[in-house]
Design a protein around this ligand. Sequence first.
Ligand SMILES: [Zn+2]
Ligand SMILES: [Zn+2]
Length: 358
Amino acid sequence: MKKKLSALFLAVIFVLSLCSCDYSFSDTQSDIIPEQSENAPLSVHFIDVGQGDSILLESNGEFVLVDAGESDYGSTVVNYIKSQNADTLKYVIATHPHSDHCGGLTKVINKLGCENFITVETDQSTKTWTNVLKAVDKADANYIDAKVGETYSFGESSFEIMAPLSDNYEGYNNYSVVIKATYKDTSFLLMGDAEKQSEKEMLKAKEDISADVIKLGHHGSSSSSSKEFLKAVNPDYAVISCGKDNDYGHPHKETIQTLSKLSIPYFETDIDGTIVACSNGTDIKFYTERNGEIATNPTVNETKTQTADNYIGNKNSKVFHTPDCSGAKTMSEKNKVTFSSREEAESEGYKPCKQCNP
Ligand SMILES: [Zn+2]
Ligand SMILES: [Zn+2]
């Protein structure tokens, strides 16, 4: 709670002193900028690219770009990066070759260049993907095949490759290059579209996946973000990158329920717009853009959490109920267990109540 209050307070300061975002300021406001930027040696920008991902990391003037949304968003990402005064991108990471991640990269690399390009080898051969590779070639970038455990530095920060741990998956999402970016005591786990299979592998490999902030896999889809994985990451905040009214129903309600069950507040680009997290090495402050304005009050989306605990199970009888079923209302507290979905209850061996038919 303390963190949230200070986030509120800092948001007001932030409006006056926004260091590194593409907004205009009056002269008096821009005077405050240098102090603020010195306080955030690592900033992570979750750029609003509709239904897709694009994340820009900056540490002491060095930049890393993870994905760039669909091709249509190439210019949006280029302009955003330019607004941060980036001369060049030290690392560009294409998490996987789906167009909602790599589409915009061609324009970004053609316009801004790229020193090092990190991705994972797949058999993808779409035009969108081959265009990215052509741009990498043209930029004369150093091509790096992502290897788990490798670390790279930018400014005073660094990132480590956490996944993929296998070299053969069905579909491209699990091939996603997952990175953990760290500055001093703070860290960000960026999942790309990695799904539960990749999460399982990371858990099994006993990697240190703990992080203060997680960018959830696959736009908040229920194919990612298992409870076990989120528990192990144990983040203070989650970020979901997805488009308004997208065709996939992202973020899925199962994911939101898992977050609320674990009391993890979250941000969504479809609601909050571009989201910026600034780390001073111990604390992380969030700032969001909404409706074309900087929010004075970064909304941590906890309002939806009321839908949590949709089902209540009885540890003795191994039967689960809807919360308004008499079977749930009369249950003694010590026998109670809550589930966010039917699947979760059933996977733990609970049977639906015949009376309320949950
Ligand atoms: Zn994907
Ligand atoms: Zn995606």
